[in-house]
Ligand binder design. Structure first.
Ligand code: GLA
Length: 391
């Protein structure tokens, strides 16, 4: 059954009528620029053809009743219970509900109306897989509340409020990339975002190339703590490097040459983290020119270098991601392969010659399963539009 029918049916069963509206917000894959968004760097994601689907109608009162089909759970919350992170009966909100509740909170902070909803949602973005399932939930709810209110805002503003929800309500100190890609995605295009100025443009996908996503099926726990630690290390690096480079505001402002000159003054771990960021920003700076020139070979090499750096310097990989990337890189037709997203499990992104995609996917699945015992999920993704109202 199509996921839109599935969620419409669940809504109908729960609330006894068809939903007034249906929203969709995609996950994302990132090709280059990993862990640089919160360092004011450049990222190159695309929204993917997997998404969160949200069926909703306005509620009569200001209480929101929300069914999460994937968890077979429901919650009730209202503007009064939002600051407490509780339901209307006083029990704590389950973790999954913090994302929609956080969006309501962020809208409240911006003095924008978010009226009560009756809603049900489901997602085919695998959770905890590095494909931004949480940003897709946030952006779907942004569309819902925008639809039922008298305000509208540009997609980037919705992304920024979603990020605020995640930073200040959920407690993950993420950058802007995921919400941006989910909000601003464009069919068949890669998105190049300057995370400092928030200026962005789209770039066509290279011809005859497929983006293949390979899910290791490994999920790590407690990733938000590790994520926040990485971000803190970057901030510490900026603080220390300022002694020699007083004008820098973020690692974006440090050239590879300057970094090499002063890295010795940093504690070892901070230096490794910062080196990844400085070099990754230098790599992502080359992306546009390489893609324009059709130099997929070199672009793919940068992806491979990115994986090594995430593995050895930023230390956000895991054995299964390394196995998946290594096997992919050894296969015919593969230009580049690396972990995508925050890391600690989840998916790799692979750039593959289109006519070899089928063979590549089969060999990768077979090789990965033989080495790890996990059955991976491997699929070609299509760059898709950002969050939208379907009905
Ligand atoms: C997570 C965060 C993003 C970004 C990536 C790493 O997906 O939500 O903001 O930092 O990790 O590039």
């Amino acid at each position: 059954m199509k996921i839109t029918d599935h969620i419409t049916n669940i809504f109908q069963e729960k609330f006894g009528s068809a939903p007034a509206h249906l929203a969709r917000a995609p996950g994302r894959v990132n090709l280059l620029g990993e862990h640089v968004d919160y360092n004011d760097g450049f990222v190159l994601p695309a929204a993917i053809d997997r998404a969160t689907y949200l069926a909703f109608s306005p509620a009569d009162a200001d209480q929101t009743q929300l069914v999460a089909a994937d968890f077979k759970q429901e919650v009730f919350f209202s503007p009064q219970t939002i600051p407490l992170k509780t339901q209307t009966d006083g029990s704590p909100l389950p973790e999954w509900a913090l994302y929609p509740a956080g969006v309501m909170w962020a809208l409240g902070e911006a003095h924008l109306e978010a009226r009560g909803l009756r809603a049900a949602y489901a997602s085919d973005v695998p959770r905890g897989s590095g494909l931004s399932s949480s940003a897709s939930v946030e952006m779907a709810f942004m569309i819902a509340w925008q639809t039922l209110s008298d305000w509208t805002m540009p997609s980037m503003q919705r992304a920024l409020l979603g990020q605020k929800a995640e930073n200040q309500y959920v407690g993950v100190n993420c950058g802007i990339m995921d919400q941006f890609a989910s909000a601003c995605g464009v069919d068949n295009r890669l998105l190049l975002l300057d995370c400092r100025s928030l200026e962005w443009k789209t770039i066509p996908l290279p011809e005859n190339i497929s983006i293949v996503i390979a899910d290791t099926k490994v999920r790590r726990k407690l990733t938000s703590g590790e994520y926040n630690k990485r971000r803190a290390a970057c901030e510490e690096a900026v603080r220390l490097l300022k002694q020699d480079l007083p004008d820098i505001k973020a690692l974006r402002d440090v050239s590879v040459e300057d970094f090499n000159r002063f890295a010795g003054k940093l504690p070892e771990e901070v230096s490794k983290r910062a080196r990844h960021v400085v070099e990754e920003i230098a790599r992502s700076n080359q992306a546009e020119a390489l893609l324009e020139a059709g130099n997929i070979q070199r672009f793919g090499e940068l992806m491979n270098e990115c994986h090594v750096s995430l593995r050895d310097l930023y230390e956000v990989s895991c054995p299964e991601l390394n196995t998946m990337a290594r096997i992919a890189q050894s296969l015919d037709g593969c230009y580049g392969a690396r972990l995508t997203g925050g890391g600690f499990g989840g998916c790799t992104a692979n750039l593959v010659a289109r006519e070899q995609t089928e063979e590549f996917s089969q060999s990768l699945a077979k090789g990965y399963q033989a080495e790890t015992g996990y059955q991976p999920e491997i699929y070609i993704t299509r760059a898709s539009n950002g969050a939208e109202l379907l009905k």
